[in-house]
Ligand binder design. Structure first.
Ligand code: AMP
Length: 207
């Protein structure tokens, strides 16, 4: 099944895509993770993307479309995948339609309050990549799983979160109407607790 997770920053796209990958084997294709990986490696693409990401702006379409085109050509993406964070503009969606068939677009709906709470407290382990919420950690500097250092994403600073929400509303939200027209769109309200949200997502996907 070829799935798109659509939704505002903080909706839980990455969390649920990672679980779907672990349980059902669909690779999680996260453009945000791929861009951060490029930044960490110091590649030309990473250098070009860093300023946009840190400012909460979208990286130019041609950069992400090229990256996704290469990723979708990999052998593990031939039997289903979850796209997490792509497409984020109508142009990206149109380019994607030329690359691959999509079976379902799942719109993860959240309130602004949920986004601010989740992203404001988000901490990520620099060593194992696991994501936590500061309110559930005894020590918000150390990973409870591997002992690695917990970091806050540069774009999770309060003023950048608000800007990312604006960018989402202006550039990504129009995708909801776009996919409604194609009949592929399903929506799930995911403000509550992760376990219930995951069950609702699985129910909506019918798997
Ligand atoms: P994410 O991890 O999905 O929240 O993405 C983090 C940042 O990476 C975004 O705020 C953008 O700057 C950039 N990014 C990720 N995916 C895309 C995309 N499909 N188009 C443009 N920029 C993207």
């Amino acid at each position: 099944m070829n799935i798109i997770f659509l939704g505002a920053p903080g909706a839980g796209k990455g969390t649920h895509a990672a679980r779907l990958m672990a349980e059902k084997g669909f690779p999680q294709i996260s453009t945000g993770d791929m861009l951060r990986q490029n930044i960490a490696e110091g590649s030309a693409l990473g250098l070009a993307a860093k300023g946009y990401i840190d400012a909460g702006e979208l990286v130019p379409d041609e950069v992400v479309i090229g990256m996704v085109r290469e990723r979708l050509a990999q052998p593990d993406a031939q039997n289903g995948f979850v796209l997490d964070g792509f497409p984020r503009t109508v142009s990206q969606a149109v380019a994607l339609e030329e690359l691959v068939r999509i079976d379902v677009v799942l719109n993860l709906k959240v309130t602004q309050q949920t986004v601010l709470e989740r992203l404001g407290g988000r901490r990520i382990c620099a060593a194992c990549g696991k994501v936590f919420h500061a309110s559930r950690l005894q020590d918000d500097q150390v990973c409870p799983l591997c002992g690695g250092q917990l970091i806050q994403r540069a774009d999770d600073k309060p003023e950048t979160i608000l800007h990312r929400l604006e960018v989402y509303r202006e550039q990504t939200e129009p995708l909801i109407a776009h996919y409604q027209k194609t009949g592929l769109l399903k929506s799930v309200q995911v403000d509550g607790e992760a376990e219930k949200n995951y069950r609702d997502i699985m129910k909506a996907l019918g798997i």
